[in-house]
Design a protein around this ligand. Structure first.
Ligand code: COI
Length: 356
């Protein structure tokens, strides 16, 4: 892997916003730490990585990304650990996934060493922004966009890569009510479904809004061809506990390759839980729900962590799932993940990368 060979320049803010920030009362994605990393791809190379005060950017109205959505992003978290340090969780997997998205979107690869160093330095610098309580963490948002000022349709020649961070608690404040979507589609074979590109999220807004108007927090997408098979939910992968077996749709190119999804599968298997990654039909879920064999369901994502699903709506029926306090399996896996992130138990997987 190429490296830029350049040191990251650091310009500290002259006036931290932290004293005026109430870290006890933060809404997801609305509070931004003091600094951000910026690096530009120009003339075929990444240049001048710099950590600078978080702030606004100027850009031409003709900037390519604003027109044709050539943009990708990632999401990962830094956690305070039980020993006074800070851990990143599986950053190498996020870096690899971002570069996988970049490939699909005709964007340049980001050198892994620069990417990791940038995140590490940024988190170190803004570590005071991580709230001290158990429910909180620092959400890290790396993203890249096409920065040519040009409105012809072609891949950009220049790109900007930015990382900023936000102190966060849960993405959902309560167990979610979801609806199985069988009219609109999020992804098709050969499309960008497994890519973390902005356009996937933009295209999902309208159907998701229709669902929200009906009182659902999120949709559960089905395959674009037949609408018979479950894929993922708006901001997370999905798991179903059917008679004690954890069932989740397999990665077929249309589903995001969730890193939290992967962590859950590995922990569950190591706990002796039977896990099946395969096609999951809507009918199977509905029959299991109707017969009381669907013991629980949950979404999994970096932002959402483990988000319990309270109810699932099909075309003509809504099924309420057992109370969250009774969801022993999901709660046990969630606790184990948290214990690893927070350094309360050994990390047998090599997921934890300490920052300080
Ligand atoms: C994440 O979980 O990090 C995501 O990217 C979901 C996001 C759209 C909030």
């Amino acid at each position: 892997m190429i490296t830029t060979g350049q040191k990251i320049a650091i310009e500290r803010t002259k006036a931290s916003r932290l004293p005026q920030t109430d870290l006890e009362n933060i809404k997801f994605g609305r509070v931004f730490s003091d600094h951000m990393l910026v690096m530009d791809y120009v003339d075929g190379a990444w240049k001048a990585p710099a950590i600078v005060p978080f702030g606004e950017m100027q850009m031409s109205p003709a900037t390519l990304v604003l027109h044709y959505s050539q943009t990708i992003f990632e999401g990962l978290k830094a956690y305070r650990n039980a020993h006074g340090g800070i851990n990143l969780i599986r950053p190498h997997d996020n870096i690899k996934r971002m570069n996988h998205s970049a490939h699909r979107m005709c964007m340049p690869q980001i050198p892994e060493d620069v990417f990791l160093e940038a995140m590490t330095e940024l988190v170190k610098l803004d570590q005071e922004w991580i709230p001290k309580d158990e429910d909180a963490s620092l959400y890290i948002r790396p993203f890249m966009f096409a920065s040519d000022a040009y409105i012809g349709v072609r891949p950009s020649d220049s790109y900007r890569f930015i990382i900023f961070t936000c102190p966060v608690r849960g993405y959902y404040s309560e167990p979610v009510r979801v609806k199985i979507e069988t009219k609109y589609s999020r992804a098709f074979p050969g499309g960008t479904g497994e890519t973390k590109c902005g356009g996937n999220y933009a295209a999902a807004l309208y159907p998701a809004k229709l669902g929200q108007d009906e009182g659902y927090h999120q949709l559960v997408w089905t395959d674009g061809l037949s609408h018979k098979y479950v894929e993922e939910s708006g901001t997370m992968n999905v798991f179903f506990n059917i008679d004690g077996t954890l069932v989740t749709p397999g990665l077929d190119g249309t589903i995001l390759r969730g890193i939290t999804r992967d962590s859950i599968i590995r922990i569950a298997q190591d706990e002796g839980v039977r896990v099946e990654e395969r096609q999951v039909s809507v009918e199977e879920i509905e029959v299991a729900a109707r017969n009381g064999r669907l013991l629980s369901a949950f979404g999994a994502g970096t932002a959402a962590t483990i988000a319990h699903i309270q109810s699932i709506a099909f075309d003509d029926a809504v099924y309420e799932l057992p109370d969250v306090s009774k969801r022993e399996l999901a709660n046990r896996i969630g606790k184990r993940m948290d214990d690893i992130r927070r350094g309360r138990m050994a990390d047998p997987y090599g997921w934890v990368v300490p920052v300080v």
